[in-house]
Design a protein around this ligand. Sequence first.
Ligand SMILES: [Zn+2]
Length: 233
Amino acid sequence: MPERKKLRDRIIARYYKLFIPKAYDEEKGEMPDLVANDQHPEILFVSCIDSRTAPNVIFKMNPGEALSHRHVAGLIPPYNPDWENGANPPAVAAAIDFAVSDKKVSNIIIMGHTLCGGIKAYIEGSASPLVKAWMENVSPILDKIDSSLPREELLRQAEKECIKYSFHNLMTYPAVRKAMTNGTLNIEAWIDDIENGVLLRFDPKLDDFVEMQADGTDVPEHITNVPEHKCSH
Ligand SMILES: [Zn+2]
């Protein structure tokens, strides 16, 4: 309990001592303008709750720059028309609708990550009841993975399949489809490879993930930042 209290006090101190003076600085702070003129974020991140892969932290986002929806494994279930007729949508569906219909974001990035605890717990049968129920969204996808694969390989494969599935599901949302047809919305699916410190992008044409480099382009095929010994486990 004392430890928990310490953390609580530390984050409150960070808010008042670090965030507020900078964000509300009359000349350089973002907040006065964002309060007066509303937020106009251009991007929505949909990602896992994992503490190691928070988009606003790893991409150094400033206030007002990004909407962010985080939940276990960052999954996006397929659109369900009943959600407009009384059925309760999952929170991520409302977040997508808000971002696209209201905020008119120009980018949605779905971001999974390696070593995902939610996916691992589900596959290994150790997930807590509500995590298990939530992960049932991807059970048809995970069931197709070759269960004879070595454990780590199977988990990396599962992480990729979950993000691919979410990417395809995102396009079933009417607001998303409409914005994509109008050419006002770009959607991508990434994996934050937290073991190797690299970002992978799902390439729908290849139906596979490719590594990206600092300028946003793909790493040429013959070069990779992933050390070989880490590929094989
Ligand atoms: Zn995760």
